[in-house]
Design a protein around this ligand. Sequence first.
Ligand code: ZN
Ligand code: ZN
Length: 360
Amino acid sequence: MSIKEINPPIQVSGYAVAEKEEGKEFSFRPIKQQVKSLGPLEVFVEVIASSICYTDIHSLHNVGCIPGHEIVGIVRHVGEQVEKETKIKVSDRVGMGWHYTSCFECPTCKNHFENLCDKTLPFDKAPIGGGFQTGVVWDARFVFPIPDKLKSVDASPLLCAGATVYSPLYYYRESPYSKRNEFVVAVLGLGGLGHLALQFAKKMGFHVVALSTNANKEKECRSFGADEFFVHTEENDAKSLSCKFDMILNTVSTDIDNDKFIQMLKPFGKMVMLGLPDSGIYKASAFPLILKDRAIVGSASATPDLMKEMLQFAADHNIKPQIELTTLDNVTQAVEKVLKNQARYRVVMAVNQALIDKEN
Ligand SMILES: [Zn+2]
Ligand SMILES: [Zn+2]
């Protein structure tokens, strides 16, 4: 298996995390890179759109890192084995998420849970980094065709946010306790993940409840698919919701009182943790879990197979994120908005405006 030379080399430009300037929370600097060759299973993708996930915020202290793991673009070059080993080919419109590659040899990979492999590498370990630039080099086995019905700007947030909420809805959709038509999904937090979770859960046929601290969010939550809406700030509300849900998708990235929400789960209910609190620790009492066979679970994006299924499901059911569109050159303001939790609900950066215009 040989390396494929690209002649002349492809020029890529974008933004990398820079040393923080005085008084700022983060800084970016413009960068230029060249792609001169591709490994046998690598592809070069010209980026169309790149959205900002809250997890990108965690890479802002990592000087040199090129963030971005919700990427849509067009395959322009493929390594020598790509068309033989995968279904990806030149000119395909594709998406890429958190994972850049995995080992493809361990039992986990062989069982097609490649995203859970111990040797998986994330976007910032991709040969030229993540999606805050005009092109990326990716392992073709973690590159997913985008259905024609999805516009690039709408598809990009699905590559991380969509995958992260779809995966637990898919894996834990059956309960030993509730019949399918009794299964209730609660979504905690209405942000980038939450507004997609409401849509996916509704279109998958569950009874959907939105949990918020803000009564003003009711109309919006219902517009995304919530059948019911509860403000959970007061003690009474929490008690009245005791043993109501089969699953809570917790999309909140701050430390919350997990016990309060675990009490809202029916027997065998799952508290699905999708946000990463600053402490890095989930605290919960033992008895509420033990006495009703409840569980706390995580979600590490989706397997490549499930990623394709999720994208098709979104296309078939007209699921799309509510986005604020900006351009890659506005990366600093765009990231600031996400950092301050002001994005409604996903900030998408146009990287190649001409290709976006073509879709309209
Ligand atoms: Zn993400
Ligand atoms: Zn592996």
